[in-house]
Write a protein that binds this ligand. Structure first.
Ligand SMILES: O=C(O)c1ccc(O)c(O)c1
Length: 453
C-alpha cells in the first residue's frame, strides 16, 4: 500500500490504525465483553470454553492465554480494549504497560518515579535509546513463532511477489440514481411490469446491459442511512464501512430478500487512511446493516442475482439531521477519494455511485413537492459544471427540491471523484434518465464513464 505511515519506524510502538483494527476486530470485541461481570465470571471459570465462543484467530487466542500484551497488540489488539482483560486479572495500567517493556514491575515503577522513559534516542528506529531492543516476548509467543514463523515469512514473500507485478486501482465510471424504498418493494414483489412501474424500470434496462460490459471489481457506494444503523445516539457526518460483510437491514417490513453485501476491507481501510490524512474526518464502521439507500441502487443496476457480482464499500453521509455537509465539502471529498483509490497498488476497477434524491419532500403540508425543471437543471450542471453546482447552498436544495432533496449533495461526492475534476478529459455520458413519480419522489439516473477505460 502506498500510504504515508511515518509511525512505522517509531521504536517499541504499534499504532492502532485501520489495518490493525481490522486484524484485531474480534480480539478487541472479546476484550470489551469483559466489561460485563457475568462474562468475566464465565471467562474465569473456563477460559477455553469462553474463548471458543469468539471467532478470533488461533494465534489471538494463544496470545490471550499467554497474557502477552505485545503479542496481542501484534495481532491487532489495542491497549484500551486489552486493558479490560488486564482489569479482569486485577492488574493496574502501570502493571500492564510495564509488562510490555521487558523490565520487572519494580524496575518499571522506579523508572516512572524517576521521571519516566526519555524520548532521547527513542524517536526513530536505530537510535541508541532504551526502547530500541527486541520486543519482550513470552515463552508461549516464542514457541508459536518457532512453529509458525517460517510459514508466515513464506506467505509474506509470496504476497510481495504477487503484489509487485500489479498496477494501481482506478475509477472507471460514476453512477447516479435515486434510492426510493418502493422501488425495492416493486422488484421484490414482482411488480416491475405493472403500469405504474414499467416506465421507471425501462429507464434502467440500458443500465443493466451497460453493467454487463463494465462490471467493476468494487463499487464505492455513497448513500445515506435512513435512521437504520445510526440512531440519534451517534451521528457521523461521513462513515465508511470497513467490514467484510454487510447484511440487509430490517426497516420495519422485514429485511429485503437480497444478497448480503460483500465489502472490501483492505481497500476501505486504505481509503479511510488516505482520506483522513487528506483532512476529512471519516467514521470507520465495522458493524453496519445496509438499508434501501444502498440496496435499491444495487437492485436497479443488477436486478435480482443470487450474489451481488462485485464487492461494495458502503459510504454513509448524514443528510437526516442538520447540520449536513455542504455540496462543496462533498465535492472536495470526492476528489480526496479519487486520490485515495489511485494510490492503492492493486489494479482494481472501481466505480463510485452517488445515490438519493432527486426532488422530494416526505414531511409536512409541503410533502409531495416535485421540481422536474430544477432536477433536470441539476443533472445538466452535474454533467457539465459540477464545480459550480457544488457552490449551491443547502437552502436552495430545500426550497427547490424539497427537504429530502438534500440527498443530492451525495451525488457531488461521486462526481468529484471523476477524472475531469483533476484535469483529465470530460467524462462520456453513457446514460441519462428522469421519471416522475416513484412513490413521493422524482427519479434521476446518470452514468458517466471516465475516458481511456
Ligand atoms: O418517496 C418515497 O416514498 C421515499 C421514501 C423514503 C426515502 O428515503 C426516499 O428517498 C423516498
Amino acid at each position: 500500500m502506498a500510504l504515508d505511515k511515518p509511525y512505522l519506524d517509531v521504536p517499541g510502538t504499534t499504532i492502532f490504525d485501520a489495518e490493525q483494527s481490522r486484524k484485531g476486530y474480534w480480539l478487541n470485541q472479546f476484550c470489551m465483553s469483559l466489561m460485563q461481570a457475568e462474562n468475566r465470571t464465565r471467562f474465569k471459570a473456563d477460559e477455553d470454553a469462553y474463548l471458543a465462543t469468539w471467532p478470533m484467530t488461533a494465534e489471538q487466542k494463544a496470545a490471550v492465554r499467554a497474557r502477552d500484551l505485545n503479542w496481542m497488540m501484534r495481532t491487532g489488539g489495542n491497549i484500551y480494549f486489552l486493558s479490560k482483560l488486564g482489569a479482569t486479572d486485577g492488574l493496574s495500567f502501570q502493571q500492564m504497560a510495564g509488562s510490555m517493556t521487558g523490565m520487572t514491575e519494580e524496575a518499571y515503577r522506579a523508572m516512572m518515579l524517576a521521571g519516566g522513559r526519555s524520548p532521547e534516542g527513542n524517536r526513530v528506529l536505530g537510535e541508541g535509546g532504551n526502547a530500541q531492543g527486541p520486543m519482550s516476548m513470552s515463552s508461549a509467543w516464542k514457541e508459536w513463532e518457532a512453529a509458525h514463523g517460517q510459514m508466515a515469512l513464506a506467505d509474506a514473500v509470496q504476497n510481495a511477489h504477487a503484489q509487485a507485478a500489479q498496477g494501481q486501482a482506478h475509477i472507471t465510471a460514476s453512477v447516479f440514481t435515486s434510492h426510493v424504498p418502493a422501488i425495492g418493494a416493486a422488484i421484490d414483489h414482482g411488480k416491475t411490469g405493472d403500469d405504474y412501474w414499467k416506465p421507471l424500470f425501462q429507464g434502467y434496462e440500458y443500465s443493466k446491459q451497460w453493467m454487463q460490459g463494465h462490471l467493476p471489481d468494487v463499487i464505492f457506494l455513497v448513500y445515506n442511512d435512513h435512521a437504520t444503523s445510526f440512531d440519534l445516539g451517534v451521528i457521523p457526518t461521513f462513515a465508511i464501512g470497513t467490514a467484510a460483510e454487510f447484511e440487509p437491514a430490517d426497516e420495519g417490513y422485514g429485511p429485503r430478500p437480497v444478497p448480503k453485501v460483500q465489502g472490501h476491507p483492505d481497500l476501505a481501510a486504505h481509503i479511510a487512511q488516505s482520506v483522513i490524512q487528506q483532512d476529512f474526518d471519516l467514521t470507520l464502521v465495522n458493524t453496519l446493516k445496509v438499508d434501501h439507500g444502498l440496496t435499491v441502487p444495487l437492485s436497479l443496476m443488477f436486478g435480482q442475482p443470487e450474489h451481488w457480482p462485485c464487492q461494495v464499500i458502503p459510504f454513509h453521509v448524514n443528510v437526516v439531521q442538520y447540520p449536513v455537509p455542504s455540496g462543496q465539502r462533498c465535492f472536495q471529498l470526492g476528489q480526496a477519494i479519487r486520490r485515495a483509490v489511485e494510490s492503492y497498488d492493486r489494479p482494481l476497477k472501481v466505480q463510485i455511485w452517488g445515490t438519493g434524491g432527486m426532488s422530494h419532500q416526505l414531511q409536512g403540508p409541503r410533502a409531495g413537492l416535485i421540481n422536474a425543471e430544477w432536477d433536470n437543471r441539476f443533472l445538466d450542471r452535474l454533467i457539465a459544471d459540477p464545480a459550480d453546482l457544488a457552490t449551491m447552498p443547502h437552502i436552495d436544495y430545500v426550497r427547490e427540491a424539497g427537504s429530502e432533496g438534500i440527498e443530492l449533495v451525495m451525488w457531488l461526492i461521486a462526481r468529484g471523484a471523476m477524472a475531469d475534476v483533476a484535469g483529465g478529459p470530460a467524462p462520456k455520458l453513457a446514460h441519462r434518465f428522469f421519471h416522475v413519480p416513484a412513490s413521493n419522489t422524482a427519479v434521476g439516473h446518470l452514468i458517466l464513464e471516465n475516458r481511456n477505460d
